[in-house]
Write a protein that binds this ligand. Structure first.
Ligand code: RNT
Ligand code: ZN
Length: 427
């Protein structure tokens, strides 16, 4: 929480700077007040797994990490229990402006002493999460966990050649949809996103059978409506250990989503480094009503670095605003970094996405489009350059102020204080 002293000290200057900024935005036809309101109101689904480096709460699976999504680093203070994740996230949420949802993985079931396998998990194993989300006003999203489990060690799950293994994972995903339905009943629509690690390391000869089996497994999972559940499927280009072949490729899920009427998930780290998700929206969204995005950041061959306010994220948000599809996108985050303070990672990444949404909403799009349509290319470029010079920072500071969270890097002090008081004591 921001200290009263720190906020008061800057309130006046922030408001003055905003007033001046507002005039400059108004001169290019942009209503800065409205942009702030819209940006703060868009729900961003924050992921539970940044809090504990994707370890999850099942004792049984400790140490098993498959699927090429290992978190690296050993910065002290990772959460070890559900209560710690919840408490840590409350601290992070107090430093992030705007509306939040929370995104759970099935491996965050709280089953007490009892070992409950993935095919047997039930809504009651998420009772503490639901209670907490209700109290905090968060909608909940969900993900089946197809990794860090003995039956995923071979690198295949829903596409496994052994029918019994496939059936186990189908049952798991069906159980997850029921859990998402139980969330939806209390909190409104819940996105239930399927990502599987299935693939092959080298020179795959039979690329057909696993994909045929994946269609079958997915159809079995998604058989029957579940009230309030928004089913989504997430592709990937490759993962460590399955460099040659990914069963759930982009084309596979694009067409699966289209043919079955489910939501397609774009993870920003799951494409060729020069491929732009921003460019894809205006193609796929001609045919698909809704899209889920996992906002993430690829660095060379790794896909899950903390999200920053960079060109890629800005372009994605701009494209969503320009295409008027901001509300047809489920905005969520997917990154994990165990080498830095986890609360800091949440705050940096979530603030970065919120910032990019605000930045996009402040673009003088009608003016730009007008110049483009009239064939006045140089004028368009001049306006684009000008829009980069507009005082965005003043509007962002004001957004933070009105949302009651620290302005600028002021939140770092809160993070450090919590690290000292709480995180440092975790062994
Ligand atoms: C993995 C996918 C997937 C996971 C989470 C933990 O490459 O991006 O979304 O990161 O489900
Ligand atoms: Zn993802």
């Amino acid at each position: 929480m921001p200290t009263a002293a720190r906020t008061q000290r800057t309130d006046k200057t922030i408001e003055t700077a905003f007033r001046l900024a507002k005039e400059q935005f108004a001169a290019v036809g942009v209503k800065a007040d409205l942009a702030v309101k819209l940006a703060l109101g868009l729900p961003i689904s924050a992921h539970c797994w940044q809090g504990d480096d994707v370890k999850g709460l099942e004792t049984k699976s400790a140490g098993l990490s498959t699927g090429g999504i290992q978190a690296t680093g050993n910065y002290p203070g990772a959460a070890r229990t559900g209560d710690e994740i919840r408490r840590d996230f409350e601290v992070a949420a107090g430093l992030i402006p705007g509306k939040l949802r929370f995104n759970l993985h099935a491996s965050y079931a709280e089953t007490g002493e009892k070992v409950v396998d993935r095919d047997a998990i039930q809504p009651r194993h998420f009772a503490a999460w639901l209670q907490w989300a209700k109290e905090r006003g968060y909608g909940l999203d969900f993900n089946p966990t197809f990794f860090a489990h003995p039956l995923a060690e071979s690198g295949m799950t829903l596409a496994h050649q052994d029918k019994a293994v496939r059936e186990f994972w189908v049952e798991h995903a069906r159980a997850c949809r029921r859990i998402a339905r139980s969330f939806a009943k209390e909190l409104g629509p819940s996105v239930c996103n399927i990502w599987i690690p299935d693939g092959m390391k080298d020179s795959t000869v039979d690329r057909w059978s696993p994909r045929e089996r994946l269609v079958e497994s997915l159809d079995a999972i998604l058989d029957g409506k579940m009230a309030g559940v928004v089913d989504a499927v997430e592709s990937k280009l490759f993962g460590i250990g399955c460099e040659d072949y990914t069963v759930g490729s982009h084309e596979f899920y694009l067409l699966y989503a289209l043919s079955r009427g489910v939501v397609l998930c774009y993870d920003l780290g799951h494409f060729h480094p020069t491929e732009s998700i921003a460019d894809k929206l205006s193609s796929t969204m001609q045919f698909l009503d809704r899209i889920l995005v996992h906002v993430s950041r690829g660095v060379r061959w790794d896909s899950d670095h903390v999200v920053l306010f960079n060109d890629e994220v800005r372009a994605l948000c701009q494209e969503a605003v320009r295409g008027k599809v901001v509300n047809r996108i489920y905005w969520s985050l997917d990154f994990f970094d165990a080498s830095i303070n986890r609360i800091g990672a949440w705050v940096v990444g979530t603030r970065a996405l919120r910032k990019a949404l605000l930045y996009a909403l402040l673009e003088p799009t009608p003016l730009l489009a007008k110049a483009e349509a009239a064939g006045r290319g140089a004028e368009k470029l001049a306006l684009l350059e000008r829009s980069k010079e507009l005082p965005f920072g003043a509007v962002w500071d004001y957004a933070c102020l009105t949302a009651g969270v620290p302005v600028g890097a002021g939140w770092v002090a809160d993070m450090n204080a919590y690290e000292k008081a709480v995180l440092a004591g975790r062994k």
